[in-house]
Each structure stands twice: as C-alpha cells, then as structure tokens.
Design a protein around this ligand. Structure first.
Ligand code: COA
Length: 258
C-alpha cells in the first residue's frame, strides 16, 4: 500500500493510519487517493469485517486538508478537490462494515470531517475538534457543513463553523460528536472492544442498520453539492488568497470581504 497511509489486517480488523506526522497528517491529494484505494480493499476483501481509521503519532488525527497544496487553487481545482474528498468520505459513510474513527489528537477541518464520516468516533483525552476553514477564507468542503449539524445540531454547528472555536474531547462527548473519550493508551483497545462486540452480531443486519440510518439523511445529497460549489467559489476570492498566505507565513489574516 502507498506511503501516505499504513494499513494492517489483523483478526478481521483493518486498521488504516494516515501517515504524515510531520504535517499533522494533513490530507493532500495523495492521501485522498490512497484512502480511496484502502476503502476499495475494505469493500472487496471478505476477511475484513471492520475498520479503524486513525492518525500517525500522538498529536494529530488529521489537521485538515493540506493548506500548502491548495493555497493556489482556483475554483475549478477546488471543485475537483471537494468532489474527490466527498467521494471517499461517502464511501466510508456508506460502507456496510463498521468503521470507527480512533481520534488520537487534532481533528480539524477535513480531519473532523473524516471522523464524522465514520460510523463511531472514539477520542483520546488530548483530542481537539474544530472546523477552522473560515480562517482561510473558505468553508468546510468535505461534508462538514452537513454532517456537523447531524451530530450537534444547527445552532452549535453554526457557532463552531463561524467562530472556528476548537472543542476538547470532553466537550465533543457532551455535544454528541464523539461516542467515548478514553486515555490515549486505551484508544485502540476501546475501538477493538467495540468492533469485536459488533462482530458477534449478524453482519447482514449490521450493514442494514448502517444503510437505514444513512437513508434518514439522503436528502442531504443536494446540500453536499451546494457545499462543493460554495467551497469552489471561495477559491476565486482575494480573502482565500490572504487566508492561506497568512497561514503559510504564520501570521494573522487581514480579510477585506473581496
Ligand atoms: N495543511 C498543511 N500543513 C499543515 C496543516 C494543514 N492543514 N496543519 C499543520 N500543518 C503543518 C504546519 O504547517 C507545520 O509544518 P512546518 O513544520 O513545515 O512548518 C507542521 O504541520 C506542524 O504544525 P504546527 O502548526 O507547527 O503545529 P502546532 O502544534 O503549532 O499547531 C495546529 C497545530 C493543528 C493547531 C496547527 O497546525 C493548525 O492550525 N493547522 C491548520 C488547521 C486548519 O486550518 N485546518 C483546516 C484546513 S482546511
């Protein structure tokens, strides 16, 4: 398997680790493609009964899409980028086998969105969640504008996306964004415990549960397209240029509304 992710199949559990620790496991185009291939393996390999998705190292799950990579994009590239992300996140969400996010640190932007596309989220105590895209003059583009509402409701979702406030693992637990918070040492064990419990049930029934719960949110697919278009539109603004340049230059952005 490619180098931006590590995979391991043991006792019917397929563990996918995003492996760019020096870049806080940020999602570049290569990671998205590698994740798509890994999900292909999950769908086609009968030995795989469940999946754990995590980040390499102890600091970050995923700190978002790779800002350096998309900083010079215009809307056509932005649309492709968002569409590719949506395709793989939808594949995760609609997988008939249980997928658990082991959130081992920062889950920001695309990282929070990746965790939200999984069926269950277990966070370590040091994990932090947020959707900081508007700091860059863009919006969440991997399903966040829709899935965050599903987990925490419209009011809190709007607040987090507009203020970019980061929340702790325990706040995420209280809001319903994560299922459990455990120590970092116990994170993988907790994920294994939940998967092994699910494995004792009828696999066909499990996949039907996933399908039926997802069916509740089907009307969102029009809204996903609105998100992709809006994300791409943002990339033609001066504020997007300013926001991403400020991040790269490690300074505060000065937005003008242009
Ligand atoms: N894209 C690209 N590179 C990223 C990144 C991202 N989303 N998040 C972190 N990195 C890189 C940093 O640029 C830095 O690289 P460098 O060592 O070459 O300078 C490295 O990862 C370490 O990050 P750093 O910012 O030095 O760590 P920190 O502990 O001070 O802060 C974060 C951690 C996660 C709070 C901070 O990196 C951050 O705010 N990241 C961006 C989050 C974001 O806006 N995500 C949404 C993107 S759409």
């Amino acid at each position: 398997m490619a180098s931006t992710i590590l995979t391991r199949l043991e006792n019917n559990i397929f563990t996918i680790t995003i492996n760019r620790p020096d870049k806080m496991n940020a999602l570049n185009g290569e990671v998205i493609a590698d994740l798509q291939n890994a999900m292909q393996e999950v769908y086609s390999n009968d030995e795989i009964k469940g999946v754990i998705l995590t980040g390499s190292g102890v600091k970050a799950f995923v700190a978002g899409a790779d800002i350096a990579e998309f900083a010079n994009y215009k809307s056509a590239q932005g649309k492709l980028m968002a569409s590719n992300g949506h395709a793989v996140f939808n594949r995760i969400e609609n997988c008939g086998k249980p997928v658990i996010a082991a959130v081992n640190g920062f889950a920001l932007g695309g990282g929070c969105e990746l965790a939200m596309s999984c069926h269950i989220r277990i966070a370590s105590e040091n994990a932090k969640f947020g959707q900081p895209e508007v700091n860059l003059g863009i919006i969440p583009g991997y399903g966040g504008t829709q899935r965050l509402i599903q987990y925490i409701g419209k009011g809190k979702a709007l607040e987090l996306m507009m203020t970019t406030d980061m929340i702790s693992a325990n706040e995420a637990l209280t809001m319903g964004l994560v299922n459990h918070v455990v120590s970092q040492e116990n994170l993988m064990a907790k994920c294994h415990e939940i998967l092994n419990k699910i494995f004792t049930k009828g696999p066909g029934a499990i996949s039907k549960v996933i399908e039926c719960v997802n069916a509740h949110f089907e009307p969102q697919h029009g809204a996903f397209q609105t998100e992709i278009n809006s994300f791409a539109d943002c990339m033609n603004t001066t504020d997007f240029k300013e926001g991403t340049t400020a991040f790269v230059e490690k300074r505060k952005a000065n937005f003008t509304g242009k």
